[in-house]
Structures are given as structure tokens and as C-alpha cells.
Design a protein around this ligand. Sequence first.
Ligand SMILES: [Zn+2]
Length: 253
Amino acid sequence: MHDALAGRSLTHTDFRVPQLATTDLTGREVSEVVSHGKHMLTRVRGDLTVHTHFEMDGSWHLYRPGTRWTGGPAWQVRIVLANDDWQAVGYRMPVVELLPTAEEHRIIGHIGPDLLGEWDHDEALRRLRSKPAREIGPALLDQRNLAGIGNLYKAETLFLSGVTPWTRVGDIDDLDAVVRRARKLMQANKNHWQQTTTGSLRPGADHWVFERSGRPCRRCGTRVASAVQPEPGRERYERISYWCAQCQAGPGP
Ligand SMILES: [Zn+2]
């Protein structure tokens, strides 16, 4: 996104959300595009930032003018930012808003170190360890601790680390290694569309436990377990956890 848009003027913009329906940034130059976790900030000269958030299903696609858009049906397009050479199309974005660049801290100020951005390993560990009684599954998903881990990388990191998602943060011997593993998995996948944690890009062979509920563990053959893992006060963020009770030590639901 940064390579395609930064340093160039927008020649066409289309905000397909009601509150920005009349917004037009044509003629303005994009200064940079940065990400913080699932937040994407497209900074436009004149103290303006286009903020989008991916949530579960959103995505940005880049197309050359004249090529077909393939990111989904047209009604799922929320925003288009284009220059002479590129069209950036945002699909299924639950958040599309415009704000002064100087006020970005309102959105990202609380977010922890970004596994794919400016990374501060010790700070991420400090934030995680500040709540030792918390279960590691939800703690890894909490963007206030560290930004970027979704449910897939949570499940796979914990499988490879040999601890269940219900293990308390304070009970994990080598939390440092857990965080390093999460970052390594994400870094390994950042330049391609598929997300593999096993090293295989073959569909069905690309994950250890994520979305493999009831199927045999690739290491020991035990059926992969799954359960919703809620957390008091954060029900909105509740996700399904997947794990192998044989390969991963610690409590279950
Ligand atoms: Zn197993």
C-alpha cells in the first residue's frame, strides 16, 4: 500500500460508507501508509488520516487500472483510493473513517508493540506479564499487549509452544519463547496471501490445530479439541480455541 500510494497524488477516491459519502480526496498527496495491528492508517497531506480496520474479514487489494477486481462482490467494497497506476480497494471494512493525523493516538495510542511493525519485544513481555492470572489465549489476542496476533496465530503458536490456551500467563515457563514464536510465524507469512504454520501451502495441510477440531493431531493422532474461550468483561472478543490435549500441557476449559 505504501509503495503504491505514498508520494503520489490521488486521482480518484470513493468512500462507500454513509458518513463519508460526499468525501473526495482527489488531488491530495498520500504521505505514507502504516499499519498497527489490524489498523491501517493512510496519511494524506493536510493533516488527514484515512483509518480503516480489518476486524475479522476486511482486506485491502491493489489493482492496476483496467484489471478486474476480485476481492469480493461490488457491494462489499467500502473504499477506493486510486492514483494513475494503482487502485487500492478496501473490502468488508467495518471501520472507515477520516480524522486529523494529529489525533491518531485516539485510535492506536493504547496498542502494544506491533509484531509486523515497530517491534519492542521487552515491552510486549512486560505488558503480558502485568496480568499473570490471565489466560494466555485471550492475552495473546489483546492488542493492548501486542498487536497483530489473530486467532490463527494464537492457536498455532500455543500448539508449537506446548501450552494450552487456558494456561495462566504466570504459569508459562518460557513466555519469551512463546512471543518469539508468534512473531516468527507471522513474519514468515507476511509476504504471501496464504497463512501457513506447518510450512506446507497445501490446503488442509497448512495448520497444526486451527480449525481442525475433531481431526487427528498431526503429531500424536489425538483428536484436536476446540471450545469457545470467553473472558469476563471481554465477551465481544471471545474466540474459539483449538488445541491438542496430548501435545499441549495445562488446563482446559
Ligand atoms: Zn498432539
